[in-house]
Design a protein around this ligand. Structure first.
Ligand code: ADP
Ligand code: ASP
Ligand code: MG
Length: 418
């Protein structure tokens, strides 16, 4: 079996869904499992519903209606006939959502988040499955929550590999086109869980691992893995072939084209990962596979914006040692602040972090009791794999370099716009 994954950008409107059909015509769809994300920015829109729900906002209903309207327009564009069964099927999912919002009693934010946000994938796969049938391709709609089992760490659930392997190996057999949801799982009480934002690539890898799949293809809006994000680097070029190791490094440092958790299960079974363009499906794209002498021969750039650079030093000139470092890291973990770079000297310690949940000011109050803490907001962290002088020059030109760190293969530079 082959596993294909289509992300939000590939199914953002009716034209996108029709394009998935075209891609399948070209790439083949026998003995294929499709993993599909929520359409376009639906997950963000559902996050707004969750926010409105917890804030008891008057906008709650409007935010749900907005998502309904968006999907309804896609249905009208695809099926035209409003009596088509897909309308009732999608409506039923929205009714489930509305029922949940009206009757839920759980105050657990993360639990509620997963029950609501999962609707995006449930609905997108329903639409896609009906459309493929409409176009004459027989499909099997699979509720991923019956297969991928996780713990109950809602919003960032960990896979129970043993149970998941058992479910997938014994129950996914059909040679037809299987369609399932990315990003979702379920806990031991069968409540929905999610694997972390952007987690659908990882879902594809989980299935591939458990099915001993021939390959995984993630279909993207770019030609493949490039030596830089083409949104930020005009002259980015395609990497034809890279090793698992290189891909893991790139994803780890923030090349968002592949979710970082995707590579490990594939590497364990040496299942090749293809990253291909859904716009030009016949182009080769990038293949990630075993090997150490594969590309890249060129510097690869990864950019993380809106970072915070935090220098900490001891108030009394005492050393910053293991003991304080471990306490500092415990606090970062507790405040859900992600550390992307560390540099330390005898009495000072700098970290470049990402404060996704806006917790830094609270943490600062605690850290300031023990350390002298400064911070520089809105800095950019550049990581260059296989760096050279010209590459370092490219990213630092016209900016103030606040910190630089060199490894054998990787250079990291923190800059601030002048
Ligand atoms: P999906 O639709 O599957 O969620 P993403 O939007 O998460 O896809 O990933 C594709 C995006 O990744 C591209 O649009 C591109 O801007 C970005 N990207 C970041 N780094 C790279 C890179 N090194 N090569 C290609 N694309 C990259
Ligand atoms: N829909 C989810 C998200 O937007 C998962 C994914 O797209 O991979 O985060
Ligand atoms: Mg995505």
């Amino acid at each position: 079996m082959k596993v294909f994954k289509f992300g939000g950008a590939s199914v953002k409107d009716a034209a996108g869904i029709k394009n998935v059909y075209d891609v399948l015509q070209k790439a083949g769809y026998q003995d294929v499992l499709l993993v599909v994300s929520a359409m376009g920015k639906t997950t963000n829109a559902l996050e707004l519903v969750i926010k409105n729900y917890f804030e008891k906002s008057a906008e709650l209903n409007a935010s749900v209606q907005e998502i309904k309207k968006y999907h309804n327009q896609i249905l009208l564009d695809l099926f035209e006939d409003e009596n088509h069964a897909v309308f009732a099927a999608v409506n039923e999912h929205f009714s489930d959502l509305e029922y949940f919002l009206a009757h839920n009693k759980s105050p657990n934010y993360n639990f509620v988040y997963d029950q609501i946000v999962s609707m995006g994938e449930i609905i997108s796969t329903t639409i896609l499955s009906y459309y493929m049938n409409f176009m004459g391709i027989e499909t099997q709609w699979i509720d991923v929550r019956n297969f991928i089992k996780t713990n109950n760490n809602y919003r960032d659930a960990e896979v129970d590999w043993e149970l998941t392997q058992k479910n997938i190996a014994t129950n996914i057999k059909t040679k037809s086109l299987n369609i399932t949801q990315g990003f979702l799982g379920s806990d031991e009480n069968n409540f929905t869980t999610t694997l972390g934002r952007e987690g659908s690539d990882y879902t594809a890898a989980i299935f591939a691992y458990c099915l001993n799949a021939e390959s995984v293809t993630i279909w993207k809006d770019v030609p493949g893995v490039m030596n830089a994000d083409p949104r930020y680097f005009e002259n980015a070029s395609l990497l034809n072939q890279i090793s698992y190791r290189e891909a893991i490094e790139l994803a780890f440092y923030g090349a968002t084209v592949i979710h970082p958790k995707t590579l490990q299960p594939l590497q364990k079974k040496e299942i090749p990962l293809h990253v291909k363009s859904f716009i030009n499906p016949l182009l080769k794209g990038t293949v990630v596979s075993k090997g150490s002498t594969l590309e890249p021969f060129m510097p690869c750039f990864i950019v993380k914006r809106e970072q915070l650079l935090i220098p900490l030093s001891s108030i009394d000139f005492s050393f910053i040692m293991e003991e304080n470092i471990s306490e500092i890291f415990r606090l970062f973990h507790e405040f859900k602040i992600k550390v992307n770079l560390i540099q330390n000297s005898a009495i000072s310690f700098s970290v470049c972090v990402e404060d996704k949940f806006g917790n830094f000011k609270d943490l600062l109050a605690i850290l300031s009791k023990t350390f002298k803490v400064g911070y520089n907001e809105n800095v950019t962290l550049y990581t260059i794999r296989h760096f050279n002088d010209a590459a370092a020059q490219t990213v630092s030109e016209g900016k103030t370099v606040l910190l630089k760190q060199l490894g054998t293969e990787t250079m990291q530079i923190v800059t601030k716009e002048n």
